[in-house]
Design a protein around this ligand. Structure first.
Ligand SMILES: [Zn+2]
Ligand SMILES: [Zn+2]
Length: 349
């Protein structure tokens, strides 16, 4: 089979030829139908500091996937050959404090598909049966079914808040920021404002329901822009989805007193926050959010997507065969793309 791999501890990826893996007793073999590229994959491809410390080549990338089960291990129950499935990307230990108290997304022994073990940028992938999620093919085609994994991050980030009628800001319009905009609109956000520095993404933010958008490179004072576009008041909830240091600092100026800041974007360096002025004197609540609550967010995600409450189609920039993965990575690096979906087994575009 073919697989997109980090073969050596160096920048770049290659399309390799490998034997089709055999599932262990508790695993299943999935013929991959769709696998979307994530920012994490770009980091691993570039071989930045994080990935060079975390990833041990050789490794097949890809953690946002769906496909058909074609073989199962002999102790697997509840998954059968022919099932049309997606996968939770976090393979958790099941025995630590967090796993045993229903907080498996905080498992410290988690292994991530396509990061710590072989992933889905391949014709076939083996995953533990415990991470399999059943899809309904009639309601969710492969190019959307694979997006449940990243969309679940936005579901989790927004689920902490009651959005109906509130003034909501989303800073950073990458895929998860755009997902958050679509969710906020679907859940009845009052004023919905978004920022980024890429015009292409700001246009998508409008498409998904943002009332107004700002290019942070084009205004002097970003917090003032938000206040001016929200009837002179700070925003009730600010979702910081970019991880940019400037946006993190701006978030605390954009939020109103008594409001809520949700930090999701991951900064590369420590950020400086004035605790007295930005937090205490503002009576602020700050949440830091990572991952997806397993499996609760999957149920919400399925409901939102299957019923068309949120339509992710405008965010699929292209569907490409596996061998054109380099083109997909390049388009994402350019900023002129949102989600690129690889279709290993020849279906789609
Ligand atoms: Zn991802
Ligand atoms: Zn655990």
């Amino acid at each position: 089979m073919r697989a997109i791999r980090k073969r050596e501890a160096e920048p770049g990826l290659v399309l390799d030829e490998l034997p089709v893996p055999t599932p262990e007793p508790d695993e299943v073999l999935i013929q991959v139908e769709a696998a979307s590229i994530c920012g994490t994959d770009l980091h691993i491809s570039r071989w930045d500091q994080w990935s060079s410390e975390r990833v041990h080549p050789p490794l097949t990338l890809g953690h946002e996937l769906c496909g058909t089960v074609v073989a199962i291990g002999n102790s697997v129950r509840g998954v059968a050959e022919g099932d049309y499935v997606s996968a939770e990307s976090h393979v958790t230990c099941g025995t630590c404090f967090h796993c045993r108290t229903g907080k498996a997304h905080m498992c410290e022994r988690t292994q991530i598909l396509g990061v710590d073990r072989n992933g889905g940028f391949a014709d076939y992938v083996v995953v533990p049966a415990s991470v399999v999620w059943q899809n309904d093919r009639a309601k969710l085609p492969p190019e959307l079914a694979c997006l449940q994994e990243p969309f679940g991050n936005a579901v989790f980030a927004t689920a902490t808040q009651d959005l109906a009628g509130r003034a909501v800001a989303v800073l950073g319009c990458g895929p998860v920021g755009l997902f958050a905009i679509a969710i906020a609109r679907a859940f009845g956000a009052g004023r919905l404002l978004a920022s980024d520095h890429v015009p292409y993404r700001l246009e998508l933010a409008r498409t998904l329901g943002a009332d107004d958008v700002v290019n942070v490179d084009e205004v002097e004072d970003v917090p003032t822009w938000f206040v001016e576009h929200n009837e002179g008041v700070g925003m009730g909830i600010v979702f910081e989805m970019s991880g940019a240091l400037r946006a993190i600092e701006d978030a605390f100026g954009i939020v109103r007193h008594g409001g809520h800041v949700v930090l999701f974007g991951i900064p590369a360096r420590p950020a400086t926050i004035d605790i007295a002025e930005s937090l205490i004197f503002k009576n602020l609540t700050v949440s830091a959010v990572n991952g997806r609550e397993i499996w609760e967010t999957w149920y919400t995600t399925r409901w939102l997507l299957e019923h068309g409450v949120v339509d992710l189609r405008p965010l699929i920039t292209a569907e490409l065969p596996l061998e054109r993965f380099e083109e997909g990575f390049e388009r994402l690096e350019s900023g002129e793309a949102c989600k690129i979906v690889l279709r290993p087994n020849g279906v789609g575009a």
